[in-house]
Write a protein that binds this ligand. Structure first.
Ligand code: CAA
Length: 257
């Protein structure tokens, strides 16, 4: 498929999507998000793809929503665009998404990062929600996901000042998984993706969903959800393969069945 604002490649069962509007720091216009979600959904359906890596470039993962598209539009026009509906589809992707972020990770860029399941950050990443400085607020999950990720007080500080935090501070608050030198963050994300890509795909997807449920459900309902997932996976071919391989002291070969 021909895209204008993203680039895509595959490597060993990993689908790699790179945001590609470098001149304006990967500002997220409507077309870019449409392309991104279309590609995520395509990769989610592709049986040869096990994990997705989402990256920008060293200077910017993404500096937020494209302000040019908002500056002159009326509230009603923006409401009619229903531009966040397409964002909501990102949370339905069943395969793991690993974010490889560097440089500016701001506004919609931070929200996009928070849509990833695991995040590897470069030491140069600056992460924040500066919408307040534009007289607005986040619209794609910034107040909700950031609060769940870093806690109420830190989220409040970041959202009300609009000041970004460093990658190291983000790591301390659990907003990213690892911080590595800028030369290494993409390869580190790819390495992690490959480690997950050899796991049984059904288990990967059921676990991903269960972990997300943990953020929303009361514990008893979450436990119930987990247990049903556990029983479901017992019916898979990969469960037989995994357990037989263990007993026979050999490496398992998972097929996704
Ligand atoms: N939208 C549109 N253009 C943007 C942009 C954005 N979010 N961020 C940067 N750009 C453009 C700049 O206008 C500039 O374009 P020109 O070369 O044509 O002038 C180019 O990218 C390079 O940017 P700067 O010259 O400003 O680079 P800098 O290194 O001096 O500053 C920056 C970098 C601190 C990221 C600064 O560009 C900036 O503050 N950007 C805006 C960040 C922001 O407010 N993001 C939130 C947007 S609202 C949102 O995301 C809502 C939501 O929840 C969905």
């Amino acid at each position: 498929m021909a895209y204008e604002y993203i680039k895509t490649t595959n490597e060993d069962g990993i689908g790699i999507i790179t945001l590609n509007r470098p001149k304006i720091l990967n500002a997220l216009n409507l077309q870019l998000i449409d392309e991104l979600v279309a590609e995520l959904e395509r990769l989610d359906r592709d049986p040869d793809i096990r994990v997705i890596v989402l990256a920008g470039n060293d200077k910017a993962f993404a500096a937020g929503a494209d302000i040019n598209e908002m500056a002159e539009a009326s509230a009603i026009e923006i409401m009619k665009r229903d531009q966040f509906a397409v964002w909501d589809r990102m949370s339905l992707i069943s395969k793991p998404i690993i974010g490889a972020v560097s440089g500016f990770v701001l506004g919609g860029g931070c929200e996009l990062m928070m849509n990833c399941d695991i995040v590897i950050a470069s030491e140069t990443a600056v992460i924040g929600q500066p919408e307040i400085k534009l007289g607005v607020m986040p619209g794609a999950g910034g107040t909700q996901r950031l609060t769940r990720a870093v806690g109420m007080r830190k989220a409040m500080e970041m959202l009300l000042t609009g000041e970004p935090i460093s990658a190291k501070e983000a790591l301390r608050y659990g907003l990213v998984n690892r911080v590595v030198p800028v030369e290494a963050y993409f390869q580190e994300a790819l390495k992690l993706a490959k480690q997950i890509a050899v796991q049984p795909p059904l288990a990967v997807q059921v676990i991903k969903k269960a972990v997300h449920k943990a953020e929303d459900l009361p514990l008893a309902e979450g436990m119930d959800y987990e247990r049903n997932g556990f029983y479901l996976l017992l019916a898979s071919e990969d469960r037989k393969e995994g357990m037989q391989a263990f007993l026979n002291k050999r490496k398992p070969r998972f097929t996704g069945n």
